[in-house]
Design a protein around this ligand. Sequence first.
Ligand code: ADP
Length: 161
Amino acid sequence: MGKLAICPGSFDPITNGHLDIIQRGANVFEEVIVTVFNNQSKSPLFSVEERIELLEESTKHIPNVTVDSSSRLLMDYAREKKAHAVIRGLRAVSDFEYEMQITSMNRKLNEDIETLFMMTNNQYSFLSSSMVKEIAKYDGNITGLVPEPVEKALKAKFNYL
Ligand code: ADP
């Protein structure tokens, strides 16, 4: 197994499902860079800077994880970083087709970088950033779904603090 893996995503915001995948990646690779990609087609709740800060706070206990952001193509970014692999999380079958499309396109763009899929812990199979935001918007209980700093940040965003 190579040394460096990139864990890309929107992370708007990071959930415990993301964290589970990041931790699994960090167990296998020597170094993991979690990179926030600013997906123009989604309108984010948190700015890239806020998302980076929440990722840093939520991963500070994992020594071989660092956080970065990029607005380039993932495969160009991965080449520049000399990464060996890209890690993506799979929740349910519903993720599969979308991930297959991206991965086959990415393979066209850069043959040298392998995309690895990791299956999340069952308890996070139906967890997504958008679901967490929807619950938080109505002041629902999101304890256990997101890291603590994210819970606070969501409450503050929706004026419940
Ligand atoms: P993107 O916009 O690139 O899909 P996301 O932030 O939504 O970015 O997700 C980043 C990665 O984390 C994706 O591979 C996604 O499948 C994975 N992921 C998201 N939620 C979970 C979860 N609950 N468990 C495992 N993986 C997840």
